[in-house]
Write a protein that binds this ligand. Structure first.
Ligand SMILES: C[S@@+](CC[C@H](N)C(=O)[O-])C[C@H]1O[C@@H](n2cnc3c(N)ncnc32)[C@H](O)[C@@H]1O
Length: 297
């Protein structure tokens, strides 16, 4: 196991290639995987990542990390994969090789534009698969929708409003409140499309309980790790190009948790063969910061 870049009481972030970390993780050690990969559309991530390779090269790489992500999901665990519909239809059969389909969640996408002779794209897909029957399925509710101008309720629920659950309506597979943070002031890393926290947070809340393990192979701005940390889920994260922004976000959000040793046994998640190369000893009582060698062999 390579040393983590930073740890918190609930998590460990690796500055590495996700495939390197995935290959070292034991099979069935994660309750939920949440992945928001680069889409190979030539996006400038402002961190050196090349987001335009041939489609076949991209799909070969995707197949590899998707299968690895499936492998690490526990029985009853979940895998959420965020993608454009065009990519989602190609990812779904790969996930389906070992997991079971649960939902195609459509998330409204604002600010897109019509392309060629296709319909105007207005949603992204969040594929939700599980390994067999879900071990955890928490039913989330949304507050009853009100007009943001007058504050009145928008719908009359066919005259059955008085029979509605006071905690709100059941979350459906159509999310209209999750458009990405486009405004600069809401972004951790300007120029990078971070997901609205609600997206990974819902995935985490639906499919895990406190103390469960969440894995996200593509850190980006660190939204999944923030969602996990604040809901007391343990997490493992990876970002190949720029982990410093994630550390900054975590330090701002969880000043008392960052640089602490994780409350779970990190080494236990990794394969024995790799541990034989590097037997890890934790520096007494301390977590890990961006210092190399905070874990020593
Ligand atoms: C779409 S962004 C993820 C955004 C994240 N979900 C958020 O809300 O902030 C994808 C990220 O994956 C990173 N990345 C690309 N290839 C990677 C690899 N092989 N291993 C780890 N991270 C990688 C990119 O640098 C980028 O930050």
């Amino acid at each position: 196991m390579i040393p983590p870049y930073v740890t918190t009481t609930h998590g460990a972030l690796f500055s590495a290639d996700c495939l390197q970390i995935l290959k070292e993780l034991k099979s069935g050690c994660v309750d939920t995987v949440f992945a928001d990969p680069p889409f190979n559309i030539g996006k400038d991530y402002k961190n050196g990542y090349n987001d335009r390779v041939s489609h076949s090269e991209y799909m070969k790489w995707c197949r590899e990390w998707i299968l690895e992500c499936c492998r690490v999901v526990k029985p009853g665990g979940a895998f959420f994969l965020y993608a454009t519909p065009e990519l989602a239809v190609q990812f779904a059969p790969i996930m389906g090789e070992s997991l079971d389909f649960r939902n195609w969640i459509a998330l409204t996408m604002k600010g897109t534009y019509p392309r060629g002779n296709r319909l105007y794209p207005a949603h992204y897909a969040l594929l939700y698969y599980s390994r067999g029957t879900p071990k955890v399925f928490n039913k989330l509710r949304l507050p009853i929708e009100t007009c943001r101008h007058c504050g009145k309720e928008i719908r009359d629920y066919g005259g059955h409003r008085n029979k509605m659950n006071p905690d709100g309506v059941n979350l459906s597979d159509f999310w209209t409140d999750t458009s990405p943070n486009r405004h600069k002031k809401f972004k951790v890393r300007p120029g990078v499309n971070e997901l609205k926290l609600t997206i990974p947070e819902r995935a985490v809340l639906i499919s895990t309980n406190p103390g469960d393990m969440v894995f996200d192979p593509f850190g980006g701005g660190g939204s999944t790790y923030q969602a996990a940390e604040r809901n007391e889920r343990n997490w493992i994260g990876v970002e190949r190009y720029d982990a410093a922004h994630i550390q900054k976000r975590l330090s701002e959000e969880f000043p008392f948790s960052v640089f602490k040793a994780p409350q779970f046994n990190l080494e236990e998640l990794f394969t024995r063969e790799n541990q034989q190369h590097q037997v890890l000893r934790r520096i007494e009582g301390e977590g890990v910061s961006a210092r190399p060698g905070a874990y020593i062999s």
